[in-house]
Design a protein around this ligand. Sequence first.
Ligand code: MN
Length: 260
Amino acid sequence: MAMVLVVEDNPVNMRLAVLLLRKAGHSPLCAVDAESALTMARSAAPDLILMDCQLPGMDGRAATALLKQDPATAGIPVVALSAAPLALVRESSRAGTGDAFLAKPLHFPDLCATLDRLLGRSAGSAIAAVPAPIQGAEADRNAETPPVDLTVLESLVGPDPETMLEFFAGFVHSALRTRLELHRACDEGQAHVASRLAHSLRSSALMVGAGRLAALCAEIEIAGSVGTVDAPGALLPAFERELESVVSFLQNRSVSAGLS
Ligand code: MN
């Protein structure tokens, strides 16, 4: 068992990381920003750090550079996490200082293999615990594609309805909050804030299998990064419609499962 510090600002992504680390037999510690991660790395001396690249304030790469400069923490392996397109991250991590990279949403076999490699263990033992392939979601497929592909989350957390509903509830909660913040950012002309919010929501939308919503978030993220608020604002009506259909799909599932 290793102590693994997870640095992640998105609560849904954090929940998945904690769940998968526990499943692999490790003991997770959580930090929601770079500053508290640096403090915890020094005080708790974790065996390994999973570091989100996009964090509010100091970003993950700057935090990793500081960890590697400090003799007290320089020996701790750091795995960079990002939901950004892989090519982009690989390119930028060349200038970074992390020891490995994992794409979000985290996949259990990849996480285990990377942890085993960096912790100096032989791979294979934990991989036996990979969730079985999904059967139950087939019935939800119909002629028109539903807003959520249930097989995506099931493949990440395993065929456990209660855990899935917990993730869906966490996703709905954070998505509705992000929607309000996104509107405010567009109203106030904060294009880069809109871009960052869309990025964060995109990674959890990918995790719960809301592919169309994730694609709309990617468009808002790119439009906002250019720096004018008109572009992300113009995408809001389509985003609203898709978010509403995702939320009502997930809420109907919670009710029908009797666990809402
Ligand atoms: Mn983040």
